[in-house]
Design a binder for this molecule. Structure first.
Ligand code: AMP
Ligand code: MN
Ligand code: MN
Ligand code: MN
Length: 293
């Protein structure tokens, strides 16, 4: 059977492999397709497509590269704010509406990041731009970049500690990021011809009732997929999500959320070891997109 991975990060955001290395890694894992889904950017897609083309020309087995992104949104519900991630698959990277949306997200990120730097330096903790980006000047700077820099400078000994102490959103050093409502991200992806998916529904600390409410809300906005298969999902959770998705006419998608050495236990295609995403899911996604046109 052919297997795929529709949720992968590169150095264009907080993954540690370049888009070219991602393509090699996916080929070595025997995958037939991957979606590059960096946080709030499609900047790594062109390099990944080029790497795949180069491998094809050399007659090497090569995964197909699906252009994508993972958009960070905030869902306001019952006086609560929950960060929700919407995956966009088959994104047209040159689309002007998409580009304007991503620029807006980047500006909100920069504002939040500058404020983290300001608050840290007010307490005598100096982090430079190069501490954050390392050898990737064009990377989207996430809290994961701050985490690595703070650990390297000895302010915390591990990732859990650094997030608790410095990077907790809404905490002393990290103001909440301004972000779009998830319905807006769904509509945007849909309008530009992409396939909108609710990412990792079990990771938001929501009750099952809230997950159902969110799914209903997003389905109304045009959501087409639910990330049913995911590294940390149990079989029971995947089964329950698949049933939920069917109720709202959503297709199942699946991916590992591979980040390279940032999340060393998660492997491309197989997650913690038990994940397998069949290529038939991708065939269903493509036929749904064709029907929409
Ligand atoms: P941002 O989008 O800038 O808010 O950063 C979010 C990124 O930080 C996520 O994609 C994760 O890679 C990482 N992250 C967030 N919370 C944690 C946590 N508690 N432990 C480890 N990594 C985290
Ligand atoms: Mn990440
Ligand atoms: Mn996510
Ligand atoms: Mn992700």
């Amino acid at each position: 059977m052919n297997f795929i991975d529709l949720h992968v990060h590169s150095t264009a955001s907080d993954g540690t492999l370049t888009p070219t290395q991602i393509v090699t890694c996916a080929a070595e894992a025997g995958l037939s397709a991957i979606a590059l889904t960096d946080h709030d950017t499609t900047a790594g897609v062109a390099e990944a497509l080029k790497a795949a083309e180069a491998r094809n020309r050399r007659g090497l087995s090569t995964p197909r590269v699906i252009p994508g992104a993972e958009l960070s949104c905030i869902w306001h519900h019952r006086e609560k704010e929950t960060e929700i991630h919407i995956l966009g698959l088959f994104l047209p990277c040159e689309n002007t509406t998409l580009k304007a949306f991503l620029t807006e997200m980047m500006e909100a990120r920069k504002k939040r990041n500058d404020e983290i730097l300001r608050r840290l330096s007010a307490d005598g903790i100096c982090i430079s731009h190069s501490d954050l980006v390392g050898e990737n000047p064009d990377t989207v700077i996430t809290r994961a970049h701050f985490a690595t820099a703070l650990i390297k400078k000895g302010y915390a000994s591990n990732i859990d500690q650094v997030f608790k102490k410095y990077l907790n959103s809404g905490g002393k050093y990290c103001p909440p990021k301004e972000a779009a409502e998830p319905e807006r991200a769904v509509r945007l992806i849909l309008e530009c011809g992409g396939f909108p998916v609710l990412a990792h529904p079990m990771r938001y600390h929501l009750s099952w009732k809230e997950i159902e409410e969110l799914t209903a809300l997003l389905a109304k906005a045009g959501l087409m997929g639910l990330e049913v298969y995911y590294s940390s999902h149990t079989k029971e959770q995947s089964q329950r999500l698949r049933t939920l998705g069917r109720r709202f006419g959503l297709l199942s998608t699946g991916g590992s959320d591979f980040h390279g050495a940032k999340k060393p236990d998660i492997h491309i295609g197989t997650g913690y070891g038990g994940l397998r995403v069949p290529k038939t899911l991708l065939d269903d996604i493509e036929s749904a997109l064709r029907q929409k046109q």
